[in-house]
Design a protein around this ligand. Structure first.
Ligand code: RP5
Length: 174
């Protein structure tokens, strides 16, 4: 076991969510942000969910990323049990009708218990958002987020240049 304190807890309702949720892990690795990852189900392991969420802050976590599909109560229930920011990832799972069920279950929280909901299956964005939250207080992480955005900008400009080079009219770029 690593002695580095995890700052982000990635949890998901089932191991079947991992194919989607591993993108959050990958981007956090890219940012060198320590994280932990496990299965916590709101419906199948409610007591584990209560214990995980209520102890998360004292265990040193700063942000929780929670992914679930179908009747996706995990992010909202976890948010109700902790003062840490919770980022919800709606997963289009085997029990999803079309993904809207997961999106709305996570997005439509009542006043008082917010969940920062990313797009369907967008766990990469959840990881970036977690880094952004941490980066507001940690200069090293904040600088990595700035650099990430600069790299993305450079890639897009390169693509625009490529299209122009292929002959598409573009009077904007000289
Ligand atoms: C949800 O049910 C999980 O988050 C998962 O997205 C979905 C299906 O779970 P499995 O039946 O694959 O375990 O609670």
């Amino acid at each position: 076991m690593s002695s580095i304190q995890p700052l982000v807890g990635i949890i998901m309702g089932s191991d079947s969510d991992l194919t989607v949720m591993q993108d959050a892990a990958t981007i956090l690795k890219d940012f060198d942000i320590p994280f932990e990852l496990t299965v916590v189900s709101a419906h199948r392991t409610p007591m584990r969910m209560v214990e995980y969420a209520s102890k998360a802050k004292e265990r040193g976590l700063k942000v929780i990323i929670a992914g679930a599909g179908g009747a996706a109560h995990l992010p909202g229930m976890v948010a109700s049990l902790t003062s840490l920011p919770v980022i919800g990832v709606p997963v289009k799972s085997s029990n999803s009708i079309d993904g809207w069920d997961s999106v709305l279950s996570i997005l439509q929280m009542p006043n008082g218990i917010p969940v920062a909901t990313v797009a369907l299956n967008a766990s990469k964005n959840a990881g970036i958002l977690a880094a952004t939250i941490l980066g507001a207080f940690d200069t090293n992480i904040g600088n990595k987020v700035v650099q990430y955005k600069k790299n993305m900008e450079a890639e897009v400009l390169k693509k625009a240049g490529k299209l122009k080079g292929e002959g598409w009219r573009n009077d904007f770029d000289h």
